[in-house]
Design a protein. Sequence first.
Length: 248
Amino acid sequence: MIHIKTPEEILGMRRTCRLAAATLKMIEPYIQPGITTGELNDICHQFITDHGAIPSPLNYRGFPKSICTSVNQQVCHGIPGDRVLQQGDIINVDITTYLDGFHGDTSKTFPVGTVPLKAGKIMRVSRECLELGIQAVRPGGRLGDIGSAIETHAQQNRCSIVREYCGHGIGRSFHEEPAVLHYGKAGAGAELLPGMIFTIEPMVNLGKAAIKHLPDNWTVVTKDHSLSAQFEHTVLVTPYGVEVLTEL
């Protein structure tokens, strides 16, 4: 069942989403060659807790860290640790904050120094896919409009969409209905109604869409070792269109 947020809940969502966005902005200058993903985790954890919130991923279904850091061919759910970022890497940093009873979720793929052309391409296409998905959000539209816009753009750029993971409703729970697929048919799926809040977070691969899990049972990688990038926002369906809650 899709929960339509009340005006009070929307205010709570705006606050936690602003904190998530501020955390992502705060960490950007630290993403340089030589830093470890574990150090990025610790900096984000401190920032989030200093602002009276809790990192939603920490201990969620056993996840051991406060953020997700997915590097190069890692698609999602990378566990921060001793890995040292190298010149030319790309890294997705996924932030979710739990503030005053509400979760806010956002992510961005960052370049580490100067990156190769193919890395720049997958970052650009992934960001454009998110932007087109957001543009498809409007009251009276359908969930399939979002997925269709994203998939079409990825295919036009000879990239692929990971199908095993999707966006999701979010609010008092980290993951709620609806599932927001990043592929599909325009005009299909549930109707978009004012008060719906969900994430759009396409994972776009430079090669094929197939993925696999690493032995840690969390980190997802591309099977063909191609680069992957992801950008994510939490959005609100308004009576007039869409509000991006995780945009500062």
